[in-house]
Design a protein around this ligand. Sequence first.
Ligand code: 13P
Length: 337
Amino acid sequence: SVRASSSYADELVKTAKTVASPERGILAMDESNATCGKRLASIGLENTEASRQAYRTLLVTVPGLGQYISGAILFEETLYQSTTDGRKIVDVLVEQNIVPGIKVDKGLVPLAGSNNESWCQGLDGLASRSASYYQQGARFAKWRTVISIPNGPSELAVKEAAWGLARYAAISQDNGLVPIVEPEILLDGDHGIDRTFEVAKKVWAGVFFYLSQNNVLFEGILLKPSMVTPGAEAKDRATPEQVADYTLRLLHQRIPPAVPGIMFLSGGLSEVEATLNLNAMNQAPNPWHVSFSYARALQNTCLKKWGGRPENVKEVQEALLVRAKANSLAQLGKYTG
Ligand code: 13P
């Protein structure tokens, strides 16, 4: 393919393998300034650059984090930011043996002509932004688009999501960044797990159809799917074993084994649920590295414990390490609670 002969092909494959390495997963800390503002408000803090810097400094400086975390996704502000004691955050990550990544999408907006669904912006200027991010030290990228089950999903929304992800993936690979392909199927709704499974199958069929059309090198991408679960408001709940069974069945039916890593999002699952589900998926060998790329399921406890107080930093850092280690064990299928 076009991209297989691109000058970055070997590096892309290597980067993807490093991020998808045993016992490790991704720390998603790429909340946009707006989302970060919501998280800070939940602990009574103002959304200032200084607060965001203090919080992100404490995350990346956790001693020993690189044992469990292979990659960290940053928002653009953080990619160019220093820690509170003046070291470049990117350098701190590299010292920790953690690959820096960057959220490159520009967020969701209403999809005209659909049933109140959304699409993801950010393709304009993406090639030159990606080249700058590479210069700045990023080696992988993330693009998150969403699919709503209660609002459809319409064929239009699925096609738009899949096409946007594929264009983004091709542009990222052209500029040396391993694309994380993330069509998040939102938890919202009272539908059962079978409905989620059926929608996820359609979404991934579309995504891989367009990835191939865009000559994307499968060995140089990472996926960030939602786990297959019942809707958040569904009466019938699923056990971790059921979630694992449905999710692995979906992956086997839709994801080529050439893809090196499946890094699940937590999507509003509790910290413990996210760990238990991942652990259940790793009870037998899989064709891909099956791991995590959690934001809330790694950070919820940390945020609460922090509360903006410097005297809490040590305790917060220990809390992050506890979650990271639990998910590292789950990646190996060895988490026991
Ligand atoms: P959650 O794990 O909180 O869903 O966030 C992951 C993420 O990066 C969403 O894009």
